[in-house]
Ligand binder design. Structure first.
Ligand code: UN1
Length: 499
């Protein structure tokens, strides 16, 4: 194991440009999900800490909103540069605390770097609208204005990337932030905050409060001085977030669950489809919102695909994500492991065929962590719970279909709408899938994961509430439009009435 300081690292909140001491109050600890070893200790925040953080953010907003956007963008560029310099170090820390294999932890940090550079560039764009006025000697335009204090509540599966999706657009647009990371993985949130401090972000613009959802999260949801909540997590918690935030009429942006499908048609390149399924279903141990937890397969290729998939997945190596050659890391916690494993009995009782896996993996060193065998259910019906519910683990369910039309119907027949994919060599089918699949993200001849930050990220139906992160769409979440009319005619001109 790297880092002799493991278990001795302790971090307080970061409020108004100052780091508190973790030891000055109650704390909580994180543990490496691969080994059970302690990783770090954090201050366990309260509503009083949230109050202080919001007050700091509110005071800082008065100045930050007036800093020219290109200057705000320069701070993001510096943060991007610093993240790039520490990419390897941060990736290792992420693997220690969250468990994803190092290759993927590097990808998570890279996604944060990409977002920082992209939104840094927005400092010199932040396009508004300028349109012709209907009256002479009159100017008409709309500009983006920041909202104020934003409450950012982030999940454990992308400890760096998802915080950057929320924080970078908010900052470049002139907002200030109270940031609450998942209590299972605050380390990269601490690192990101330290990076901003080093990059010269003024005190109070970004405040970090660690702790539980019930204490810190709920205090953020209830605070009257917070204008926006951006939350990524389960649909169940998302419903709670939206309900609580409605009491103080906050804007709410939600990124919630998925039950993403890969369709494999009878004309697909099976080798390519297998690569996409293995990567999308079992990468990050299936703990991505975008994970392929369903494979909708044309009956003509069902047998071949099932057999070849089982052969490939059976060879995947489980273990500590810092060990060379390991392809599947642990899942995040004991509770999650048990939840995933409970679906094994659910699937079997419903009559799905257990093609591979199905057990908690506890041979040798694996017993120290939270490992689940990569699992494939085959021959499933689209209505079964294993074909409908988000499992968030290394489990995928194969559903045979007889036609393209049925494949589309099954793909759309779940409550979620985040990501979907189709493997086909037929350009007409590909375009019909683009037209008829009801998801926020769609892939043709690629798996369901791997969204790039310059396009909108998010989904339809129970996956969210209509907002998008990333790309230009992220700016719509963190800004308010102000339409401005300037009449330089020197006389009263009445819209809709005068010529
Ligand atoms: C998530 O799972 O919440 O497209 C985010 C992807 C990554 C982001 C996933 N770029 O899989």
């Amino acid at each position: 194991m790297s880092g002799t300081a493991i278990g001795t690292r302790a971090f307080g909140h970061y409020i108004d440009g100052k780091w508190g001491r973790a030891e000055s109050g109650p704390t909580f600890e994180t543990r490496n999900p691969a080994t059970g070893e302690p990783v770090a200790t954090y201050a366990r925040g309260t509503a009083a800490d949230v109050d202080r953080a919001v007050a700091a953010a509110k005071a800082a907003f008065a100045k930050w909103r007036l800093v020219p956007a290109p200057k705000r963008g320069e701070i993001l560029f510096r943060a991007a540069q610093l993240l790039a310099e520490r990419k390897e170090e941060f990736a290792r820390e992420m693997t220690e605390e969250m468990g994803k294999v190092l290759l993927e932890a590097r990808g998570d940090v890279q996604e944060g770097i990409d977002m920082a550079f992209y939104m840094g560039g927005e400092g010199r764009r932040l396009f508004g609208q300028q349109v012709p006025a209907e009256l002479p000697n009159k100017w008409a335009m709309a500009v983006r204005k920041p909202l104020g204090v934003c409450g950012m509540i982030t999940p454990w599966n992308f400890p760096l990337a998802i915080p950057t999706w929320k924080i970078m657009p908010a900052l470049v647009a002139g907002n200030t932030i109270v940031f609450k990371p998942a209590s299972l993985t605050p380390l990269l949130a601490v690192r990101l905050t330290q990076i901003f401090e080093e990059a010269g972000l003024p005190a109070g613009v970004l405040n970090l409060v660690t702790g539980t959802g019930a204490e810190v999260g709920d205090a953020i949801l209830a605070h009257p001085d917070i204008a926006l909540i951006s939350f990524t997590g389960s649909t169940e918690t998302g419903d709670h977030v939206a309900g609580e935030a409605a009491r103080t009429r906050k804007r709410v942006s939600l990124e919630l669950g998925g039950k993403n499908a890969i369709i494999v048609m009878d004309d697909a390149d099976l080798d390519l489809a297998l690569d996409g399924i293995v990567w999308s279903a079992f990468g990050t141990s299936g703990q991505r919102c975008t994970a392929a937890s369903r494979v909708i397969v044309h009956r003509a290729v069902e047998r071949a695909l099932t057999d070849r998939l089982a052969e490939r997945v059976g060879k995947l190596r489980l273990g500590n994500g810092l060990t060379d050659g390991v392809e599947i890391g642990p899942v995040i916690s004991r509770a999650q492991l048990e939840r995933i494993n409970s679906y094994m009995a659910i699937g079997r009782e419903e009559g799905a065929e257990l093609v591979l896996g199905g057990r908690i993996a506890d041979d040798g060193d694996l017993a120290r962590g939270h490992f689940h065998e990569p699992t494939i259910f085959g021959g499933a019906k689209a209505t079964m719970r294993v074909a409908q519910e988000e499992i968030f683990g290394p489990v995928t369910t194969l559903i045979p279909v007889d036609s393209f039309a049925e494949a589309i119907e099954v793909a759309n027949g779940v409550q979620y709408g985040l990501s979907a994919a189709i493997y086909t060599a037929d350009v007409n089918r590909a375009f019909r899938a683009m037209q008829d699949i009801d998801t926020g993200i769609l892939y043709v001849n690629a798996g369901t994961i791997g969204a790039e930050i310059q396009l909108p990220f998010g989904g339809t139906k129970a996956t969210g509430n209509g907002h998008r992160e990333a790309g230009q769409a992220a700016l719509d979440v963190v800004t308010e439009w102000q339409s401005i009319y300037v009449d330089y005619s020197g006389r009263l001109q009445r819209a809709q009435i005068d010529d």
